[in-house]
Design a protein around this ligand. Sequence first.
Ligand code: HEM
Length: 527
Amino acid sequence: MDKMDQMVTYLPKFDREKLPTIASITAAVFVVLYAYKKTTATPKEDEVPKGLKPVPIAPGRQFLFGHLLTLGKRPVLQLQKWHESIDGPFFKVYFGARQIIMINDPQIAHEIFVQRGAFTSSRAAHTFSHNIYGAGGRGVVIAKAGKKWKNSRTLALDILAPKFVDQFDDVIIKETRTAADALIRVTETNGSINPLKTLQLATMNIITLTAFGERFPSTDDPMFRTLVDLAERTLTYAGIMGDTGAFFPKLGWIDVISGRRRKLRGFVKEFRDKPLAVLIDRARKSQNDCLVKTIDMMKEKHELDELDVTIILSDMIVAGSDTTAVSLTWAFAILVRYPEIQRKMQSEIDTFMAKEGRLPRYEDRDQLPYTISVQKECMRYRTTTNFGVPHVSTEAFEYRGYYIPKDSTIISSMYSMHRNPAVFPNPDKFDPERFMSNTKSMYAAANGPLENRDHYNFGWGRRLCPGTHLAEVELFNVFVSVFAKSTIEPTFDAQGNPEYPNIEDVKAGGVVVTPVEHQVRFVPRVL
Ligand code: HEM
């Protein structure tokens, strides 16, 4: 029985006491239907010019809800099936009234997002991310394409450029070594650990040390917890499923009368504006070199005001901490099943250390091709996001004979793209060897021609993640620090059987895909 059938079956029997409720539900349904009709009545959506084909629609579209009820508990799995069965370069699904075009072929993504980037690089109208968090389109991540976004992005590219990030090399090394030690220490004290919080502390400290010149001593620090909440909740609220107004644009008022919009505004004030005002003020008064001071010097040139600066710094926290911590948590949850692969990385690191008498640094990466390949394969095997950050077209255009209307949401289907057998043969196999012929940096691969790309986790074209180099340096240093000192092992049940992390399910959430709660052990190596 599908979800719609279940809803019909469980509708309440008529009952006088329930009449007022039934009346208000009926009224609400009429209002919804009226607004839906108005929303979907936009004629340009389905007006395909002569000689062009419409984008194929996935099967199972339902009245009002579109494909929302057809997608099941894990939408990526259903979307993956449609990618395999629907004929054509892409297909579209409806989330309520919103049409979304899904792409799982990197060649097509490249042709659409890179070659046609002049009109495929905007962002969706999203109540939380655009109106509330972005204060009407400020910042970098969710700002619609335009002058404001260009100015903010240029600033982000400046401060996240490899040359600039590399000045903070020592900070990154220190924080990642501290995290590796903590993973071992907590395992020794508690028997096992879910590494996510410790990794969040490291990635957050790297952002806050570079941005504000401050770090947090532990995961119990109240400011750290506030900023983690800011990152986690923003990424959840900004998720594609989290916006009534985006599905039914004329129903945004439901969020107003239900009080949701007020709650979201309160969240942004309490968890972003207030703490960031404190951090920015302390950074300006301190002796430490930090991004706040660099941004202060640059902001006039980029025509940015104080609110822009706050949102850009918040973007760094939101886009730059959880993403990297979650990618690492996936990597460890995967690698616990592959002791042989861990041993091969350890032997590569040991060989370097025997020669140089120290741990490898990022600039030594050429001497660790296997370790680099494992990092890439982990990110392919379990992508950091399911859908990247959706792009929106600002013009109608033709692509391979198909008509793509203006304002189409276009998604790089990360999950399916990294399982596309034409790109990654035998995709269900965890096989680091597949990257041994492409060990150049992820930054170089992402910024180079399509044939040189390794994976697609950092997105596309004019929206390509500006934090790629920082993320990569962090991943490298955490891997080296962890595997030089420890081996990741499973926990054991009462009967002594190994218990491996569940890497098939994910925590329900927004933009970033987090593994479900699990425990592993970081066991010190005996050398
Ligand atoms: C493993 C770690 C990371 C992953 C997988 C990741 C992934 C992404 C993706 C998929 C996008 C959207 C690209 C698109 O629209 O096509 C993005 C955008 C962005 N990322 Fe990252 N990211 C990571 C780390 C970072 C870090 C460390 C920072 C900075 C501190 C950062 C800052 C940003 C910003 C500012 C944007 C918005 C760019 C724009 O819209 O113009 N990211 N990232």
